[in-house]
Ligand binder design. Structure first.
Ligand code: SAM
Length: 463
């Protein structure tokens, strides 16, 4: 491999692959160059931006020959906003590249190849997002309210008037909030000075009935009259608003929601359907970003279990609103659900009662700790579903999951890197990875959801 000092500042290269962060990858004498907004098949003239020991970051100076996979992006802010890194690639090719990303990640972290199946596409590739979270700012001079996303890699707020991957109605809600907040003299938050009243607007829009729950996140301990007036206007003047919540967040933190909130109008949840069961989703409840693909994942796991088991016992860990447990309860003997977020556990209890389900036990707390509780550790489950956040599982919880599971672990993950790390650990303990089924939960972005089926039935459990 040539050294970084030998790399010229400008060169012409062919893009070979896409990285796990959606960047085009080119190589020159074994030295890797990452180029955003490119895809395999592109020949590009690039300028090196930053050199590292074994790789460099570059930008496109000229697209000399475009890849046949290229299309015109349907959002004109695609390159500026940075949320839809792959939108300039046709959808079938996006799915092919995502499969390759999963294969490459598994190969490099696991150290061996494992079967990765073709990505199951999203039933909807625009207007698919259940939740949006816009930071709010304000222009210096005219005091216009800004709402949108931060420009890629910066904290510069882009005022987004139209985002095609979220329901079109969200654009109208946000525009209404911009105009009415300004009229009511509500100030937008200034991140640097930590001043200003309105910090974020979070909208959850139901794919079931298009109702929206609005959360106004404010930089104060209680709702001002201005904010209450805004909440009332939103609820009264816009259609299909389930409710408006004011959330209080005065902390200097990256977390969007503070601990305290107040329901000012309507009800504090929206409804979504999974496997023909209606769930209630609150302000803090985890719910999959794309309800259309989520429904496919739930049906896929349900089919897998009903084809292979007769009334198994199931451990649903990192359960959220116990969506898996509830969807599987009629084909299971017993389900134990473990989730640490209290609002989600309360909502799960409600759905369980409303649906007359009597074979689910709910436990609220940290999975690692509850796995080791006396009342849990003595038991064995045919199937354990692990669906942790992006950071994956702890070694401790993986060890307990192995002890608690008789037959299969079904690991659901939105992060191929932490999935590969955890699969490596499980396979080192003797578990066998059967296959990975990717689903496109996040069309036009590099993100990908995976379901891994892991056989632990042959392990000697006497340790
Ligand atoms: C990716 S979500 C999955 C939720 C659910 N399976 C679903 O599909 O709706 C991960 C969930 O794990 C919960 N969680 C995160 N860390 C946890 C921990 N240490 N113990 C228990 N639950 C945890 C989060 O609150 C969140 O609800």
């Amino acid at each position: 491999m040539i050294s970084k000092n030998e790399i010229p500042e400008s060169l012409t290269l062919k893009i070979e692959k896409i990285s796990n962060l959606g960047l085009g990858i080119a190589k020159t004498d074994g030295y890797v160059i990452f180029v955003p907004n490119t895809c395999p098949g592109d020949t590009v003239k690039i300028k090196i931006i930053k050199k590292h020991k074994s790789y460099a970051n570059a930008e496109v100076v000229e697209l000399i020959e475009p890849s046949p996979d290229r299309i015109e992006p349907f959002c004109k802010l695609q390159q500026v906003c940075g949320a839809c890194q792959l939108q300039f690639i046709n959808y079938d090719a996006q799915l092919r590249y995502k499969k390759e990303i999963v294969e490459d990640t598994m190969h490099s972290i696991l150290g061996f190849d494992t079967e990765v199946r073709d990505v199951i596409p999203s039933p909807k590739t625009t207007e698919y997002r259940h939740k949006i979270q816009y930071p709010i700012g304000q222009t210096k001079e005219s005091k216009r309210i800004l709402a949108g996303y931060y420009k890629m890699g910066t904290h510069e707020l882009i005022n987004i008037k139209y985002c095609p991957i979220q329901p079109e109605y969200c654009d109208r809600i946000i525009q209404f909030i911009r105009e009415n907040a300004a009229e009511l003299k509500i100030s937008g938050y200034n991140e640097k000075l930590k001043k200003g009243e309105l910090r974020h607007v979070v909208i959850r829009t139901s794919a079931k009935n298009q109702k929206s729950l609005i959360i106004l996140v404010v930089n104060s301990e209680k709702a001002s009259d201005r904010i209450k007036k805004l909440a009332k206007k939103i609820y009264k003047e816009l259609e299909n608003i389930a409710g408006v919540i004011v959330n209080f967040n005065t902390k200097n933190t990256n977390l969007i929601l503070g601990n305290k909130s107040e329901l000012t109008e309507g009800i504090n949840f929206v409804e979504e359907d999974l496997c023909n069961i209606t769930f209630k989703i609150g302000e803090k409840t985890f719910f999959q970003v794309n309800p259309y693909t989520a429904d496919n994942i739930f049906k896929y796991i349900r089919n897998y279990i009903s084809e292979n088991y007769k009334k198994p016992t199931i451990l649903d860990a990192y359960a959220g609103i116990t969506a898996f447990g509830i969807c599987l309860s009629d084909i299971a003997t017993k389900v134990l659900s473990i989730e640490e977020e209290p609002e989600s556990v309360k909502l799960a209890e409600k759905i369980i009662n409303e649906n007359g389900i009597n074979n689910i036990e709910l436990k609220c707390g940290d999975a690692g700790r509850l796995f080791s509780e006396e009342t849990v550790l003595g038991r064995e489950f045919h199937i354990t579903i692990l669906d942790p956040p992006r950071k994956g599982c702890t070694v401790n919880s993986l060890d307990y999951a192995l002890k608690l599971t008789k037959d299969k672990i079904i690991y659901v993950s939105c992060n191929p890197a932490t999935l590969a790390r955890d699969l490596k650990y499980l396979s080192e303990q003797g578990a066998k990875i059967e296959f990975i089924q990717p689903f496109d939960m996040f069309p036009h972005t590099y993100h990908i959801e995976n379901v891994a089926i892991i056989d632990v039935g042959t392990l000697n459990k006497d340790y």
